[in-house]
Ligand binder design. Structure first.
Ligand code: FAS
Ligand code: PHB
Length: 394
């Protein structure tokens, strides 16, 4: 591949945020280059999010990458919350006036985006090493990087930092400028992917005396399960049998009785944190997705927040290049953060309501019971959960 020495928008990171931005800008006739540190196989080997908000589904449709999702994605009009043996279905359709979520793995979304980029001859440079951003406060920012031992420079008008939590983009903003907010949870999620039918048609978020479990899926023949685990756990210490036994003990009896177990095809532990970096802009550098914020996956918001950031940023860049209007760019950080913080709140609430926090003692446990009882007894409480779960408006 020949690597250009200039482009209009340079995108750091070839995950869902970076690829979606590249695709949307390309459709508007704006030139981009994506610099991705890892190989495509590595990016596509990651198993992450599973639930797409309606807004994300609509945006993927606008990006022209929704064909397979519309064929293979599972539209869910409800989700179940189980708490200490009691079960409550949240009727998303009824409570939100017909909105739903679509179960379709982030891996598939990313694969569909890569396929579309290839089809439109999009420039994605894999194994781009030591990406370094320069002159982001000037009118002509640029990045340098190494590829196959050669040093390259790409000049651009704007840089989109879509390089995730450990990327170089947020790290390129001086600490004197950036304000960060963080809450690290005292546990992680041990996740397993297995080619077994899901235990139930809809997702189940289960908070029990001894911990939290999530029953999710990728299709009607491929399940995704998570259990709360301590941060000291090592994935190698978890045989499949140990995982299935622990999961079973975290589910209501009749659900556990229906559990189909099988060999894991992926097993990983993810830490849980809430994190926001402000502002999401520094000169001509714009942060989007995990580069700017992280949510605990309990609310299924991580990937969906990346989508809403890209919705705002792509529109702002299109307005700049096609209408010489910079209102969107000027307002991008405040607009994105307004939605980010509402998703941070919801993800924090779902996590604190359903996970085991021994350090919070008996009072904390009673508050969790009160949260569930309030949900069970109040349509307004269920409506609040439902409108956040399907996704607040972009
Ligand atoms: P990503 O991290 O997906 O992509 C960033 C890309 O930038 C990566 O491909 C990386 O290789 C690249 N990059 C990094 N540094 C670079 C550099 N210096 N130069 C060039 N490229 C660089 N969300 C949910 O909703 N549900 C879940 O269950 C869930 N589980 C998760 C599990 C894990 C282990 C992680 C890390 C995240 C999980 N998430 C989940 C959140 C996840 O889905 C993110 O929200 C989503 O990947 C965000 O997409 P991006 O912002 O594109 O960041
Ligand atoms: C998943 O299927 O990976 C998934 C679903 C819902 C969540 C988190 C993860 O809240």
């Amino acid at each position: 591949m020949s690597i250009p020495d200039k482009t209009q928008v340079l995108i750091i990171g070839g995950g869902p945020a970076g690829l979606l931005l590249s695709q949307l800008l390309h459709l508007a006739g704006i030139d981009t280059v994506v610099l991705e540190r890892r190989t495509r196989d590595h990016v596509l080997s990651r198993i992450r999010a599973g639930v797409l908000e309606q807004g994300t589904v609509d945006l993927l449709h606008r990006a022209g990458v929704s064909g397979r999702m519309e064929r293979e994605g599972l539209v869910h009009s409800g989700v179940e919350i189980a708490f200490h043996g009691e079960r409550l279905r949240i009727d998303l359709d009824d409570l939100t006036g017909g909105r739903s979520v679509t179960v379709y793995g982030q891996t598939e979304v990313t694969a569909d985006l890569y396929a579309a980029r290839d089809e439109m001859n999009g420039v994605v440079v894999h194994e781009a090493e030591d990406v370094t951003l320069h002159d982001v406060l000037g009118a002509r920012p640029f990045a340098t990087f190494r590829k196959d031992g050669q040093t390259h420079r790409i000049d651009c008008a704007f840089i989109a930092g879509c390089d995730g939590f450990h990327g170089v983009s947020r790290a390129s903003i001086p600490e004197t400028v950036l304000k960060t907010y963080e809450l690290v949870y005292p546990f992680g999620w041990l996740g397993v992917l297995s080619d077994v039918p899901p235990v139930q048609e809809e997702l189940i978020y289960a908070g029990q005396e001894n911990g939290f479990a999530l029953c999710s899926m990728r299709s009607l023949t491929r399940s995704r399960y998570y259990i709360q685990c301590s941060l000291e756990e090592k994935v190698d210490d978890w045989s499949d049998d140990r995982f299935w036994e622990t999961l079973s003990g975290l589910l209501p009896g009749d659900i556990a009785d229906r559990l189909t177990t099988g060999p894991s095809i992926e097993k990983s532990i993810a830490p849980l944190r809430s994190f926001v970096a402000e502002p999401m802009r520094h000169g001509r550098l714009f942060l989007a997705g995990d580069a700017a914020h992280i949510v605990p996956p309990t609310g299924a918001k991580g990937l969906n927040l990346a989508a809403s950031d890209i919705h705002y940023l792509s529109q702002a860049l299109i307005d700049h290049f096609t209408r010489s209007n910079d209102e969107g760019l000027e307002g991008y950080s405040a607009r994105a953060l307004a939605r980010v913080w509402k998703a941070e709140r919801f993800s924090w609430w779902m996590t604190t309501a359903l996970h085991r926090f021994p350090e919070k003692g008996a009072f904390g446990a009673r508050i969790q019971k009160a949260e569930f009882d309030y949900l069970a007894s109040s349509r307004a409480a269920r409506q609040s959960l439902a409108e956040n779960y399907v996704g607040l408006p972009f």
